[in-house]
Design a protein around this ligand. Structure first.
Ligand code: ZN
Length: 682
């Protein structure tokens, strides 16, 4: 640093302070700083009816991706193409839109051609001597009218297989309830009523076993060849099971699972519909009904089922949008700061929605048009600065977040720049609803530097001096602000004239959370040992509802959040040493799932077929003590086969704290059996 330069800087400081106080008494902002008007334009577009809620894989989400890519292109960000060195993703060279990183996604499921259901009833218990009176009837049921395979159904065929009624088809040991206790269903087709013994009571003890997944899991575990679920609505097409739906994070149930109309079920059970209702009622009254033995009652008919299920998964491409701003430093440009936010939302409701009904557009202005607009504004800001950050910044708008962090999960497994060179990931998810000046920052335990960085960035008064080095390699050093006594970082630039900015911006009332895990995309990076910071303004009454609209965004405070993030980025960038990844203490023992036990595993929700893949294991948790590691695939837990996250959750629900259980897992190609003792959930 040259003396002459320093004098020039102090003159500039004095000049700018004088101007800002004398002229308008307001803060000065660097050129092209994030603005209310631009944020509003982005959010109003992304959250408009036209984009129909941006459900991953939908035309609305694709339109949003194109919009973001166009903006990236307008700012002059580099396309990710060109980073196709070994082990990294190669983005489509011939695509009109090379900012897109596409990943496979099941957008929906449709009926295939091979769906059939035939039922044969043979009268049973007719004395041999009257054999000639033995009757047999065959019913062919129409797919779409009488029955429908469920989205979670495996493709499969069963032929002339005996079927038995298994009540609600639930097996819940924590409630000492087991419809399979005395029903030998192995090798047979299980027939179950939908719902639970609690009826429709959302607060009943069975409420969390309401999902048909539980029945499928129980039937599969009991060795059933297929599961037939009797719907509850008398008009089949009114029932929610009579709609095909697919859950990307769970995979299929392992056996054919179908829903059947009450009219068809009555024929299947050789009963009329009033008898059917009676049976259901009786089941409800007799809970728990472990002692009932349906097999002990002689059936009047032998029911045999022939069934084929054919559900076609409609795979579409979903896309992250990735834009690159190359660093200005010849050495440090190899290192990357990722600034990301998801742009997908819930479409017209359904899975993940908290709206009472499906069909209305979920605008997702706060969740997460606000964060997406933030990424755009930060991209524009950093790209427009003459003094570029020394490190490379990769801006990413993720998709598939609402379906289980699918886009960020794909990115960390197909990174544009190796994750080892990714020094920080900054995630913004829901930053548009600042209230009472409060801002939550997660991940501060993931690097020892974060608390200090946040405190400095949030200081009420600050000065930023950016000076170009006299010659390449002559790095400017930090100077000390006379106002705060704190070291002020100096940003390296490419042009000769010094740039000084002074601001007196109000501080946020920060809540700092240690944990690097959380229900958003930074989790995917933290799992890969990248230090993370997660900015959000908290939940609200419009969360995951159609009413999360653009008019409710606090634009002025979002600008302040983006300015804060800018300072965080500059602080990281002006320090030669990259933030050190640290394992953070977790703030809680996990999400409130209602389970009584705690293991400390972090499941990978995007990949959970053939066992439950673990992204990580919390420190000092029961899982860690058992010797379970990131990358392990749990295949059996507490005596239950684990094919996916649902089986796993099911097993978890049956475990007791302090009791030792066996867990089997695949590590490398090896199958290991470990002993695991769950802790009580606080
Ligand atoms: Zn959300």
């Amino acid at each position: 640093m040259k003396d002459k330069l320093l004098r020039r800087i102090s003159l500039w400081v004095a000049f700018i302070v004088a101007i800002s106080i004398a002229v308008n008494g307001q803060q000065t902002q660097p050129q092209n700083a994030p603005s209310v008007e631009r944020l509003r334009a982005h959010i109003e577009y992304l959250a408009s009816d036209k984009l129909e809620g941006r459900r991953t894989g939908s035309p609305g989400a694709n339109a949003a991706a194109e919009y973001i890519a166009r903006e990236f292109s307008r700012y002059g960000l580099r396309r990710s193409i060109g980073y196709d060195t070994a082990g990294m993703s190669i983005l489509e060279a011939d695509s009109p839109n090379r900012y897109l990183q596409k990943f496979p996604y099941v957008a929906g499921v449709e009926l295939g051609k091979n769906n059939s259901l035939t039922v044969t009833l043979t009268s049973a218990n007719v004395p041999e001597t009257q054999g000639s009176l033995k009757t047999q009837t065959t019913e062919v049921f129409q797919v779409g009218e009488d029955w429908l395979p469920l989205g979670l159904s495996a493709q499969g065929t069963v032929k002339d297989t005996p079927a038995i009624l298994v009540g609600y088809g639930l097996s819940v040991s924590e409630l000492k309830y087991d419809d399979y206790a005395n029903a030998n269903v192995a090798g047979k087709v299980a027939i179950a009523f939908s719902g639970t013994p609690d009826g429709d009571n959302p607060h009943g003890q069975f409420a969390r076993y309401e999902d048909v997944r539980w029945k499928a899991t129980a039937a599969h575990a009991a060795g059933a060849k297929a599961l037939v679920v009797i719907v509850s609505e008398s008009n089949f097409s009114d029932d929610r099971l009579a709609r095909l739906h697919y859950d990307n994070s769970a995979g299929d149930a392992g056996i054919p699972v179908i829903a059947i109309s009450r009219q068809a079920a009555a024929k299947l059970l050789a009963a009329d519909s009033s008898v059917l209702a009676e049976m259901e009622q009786r089941l409800r009254l007799q809970k728990p009904h472990v002692d009932e033995d349906p097999a002990a009652r002689p059936p009047r008919y032998l029911v045999q089922v022939s069934l084929s299920t054919d559900v076609v998964r409609r795979e579409v491409e979903a896309a992250n949008v990735v834009g690159i701003l190359d660093g200005s430093d010849p050495v440090l440009k190899k290192e990357v700061i990722v600034i990301g936010a998801h742009y997908d939302h819930l479409g017209r409701g359904g899975e993940g929605s908290l709206a009472p009904k499906e069909g209305d557009i979920h605008h997702g202005a706060d969740d997460n048009a606000s964060g997406t607009a933030g990424v755009l504004e930060l991209a524009r800001f950093f790209r427009s600065q003459k003094l570029r950050p020394r490190r490379t910044i990769v801006f990413i708008a993720f998709s598939g977040e609402e379906e289980g962090l699918l886009g960020s999960n794909y990115y960390v497994n197909h990174p544009i720049v190796p994750l080892a060179d990714t020094v920080t990931m900054i995630n913004m998810d829901m930053i548009g609803r600042t209230k009472d000046n409060k801002l939550i920052v997660g991940g501060v335990g993931t690097a020892p530097e974060w608390r200090q960085v946040m405190a400095a960035a949030n200081a009420p008064e600050r000065i930023r001096v950016a000076v170009a080095p006299a010659s390449p390699g002559d790095m400017p050093r930090p100077i000390t602000s006379s106002a705060t006594g704190r070291e002020v970082p100096i940003v390296t630039g490419s042009n000769g004239s010094p740039v000084v900015s002074v601001s007196f911006e109000k501080s946020f009332d920060l809540t700092l959370n240690e944990d690097g895990f959380g229900p958003s995309d930074h989790s995917s990076f933290y799992v890969k040992q990248v230090p993370v910071l997660f900015f959000w303004t908290g939940t609200h009454e419009d969360y995951h509802k159609p009413s999360d609209t653009a008019d409710k965004i606090n634009y002025a405070d979002e600008v302040r959040i983006l300015n804060l993030v800018t300072r965080v980025v500059y602080d990281i960038d002006t320090t030669d040493k990259r933030p050190a990844y640290t394992v953070a203490k977790s703030d809680s023992t996990g999400r409130a799932t209602g389970f009584r036990v705690y293991l400390g595993t972090i499941p990978n929700y995007a990949d959970s077929n053939d066992g439950l893949l673990l992204d990580g294991v919390r420190e000092d948790s029961p899982a860690a003590k058992a010797g379970i590691k990131a990358g392990d695939r749990i295949v059996k837990l507490a005596g239950r086969d684990v094919h996916n996250v649902y089986d796993y959750t099911y097993a978890l629900g049956e475990m007791k704290a302090g009791q030792e259980y066996e867990v089997q897992l695949m590590r490398g190609g090896e199958r290991l059996t470990l002993k695991l003792t769950p802790a009580a959930r606080k």
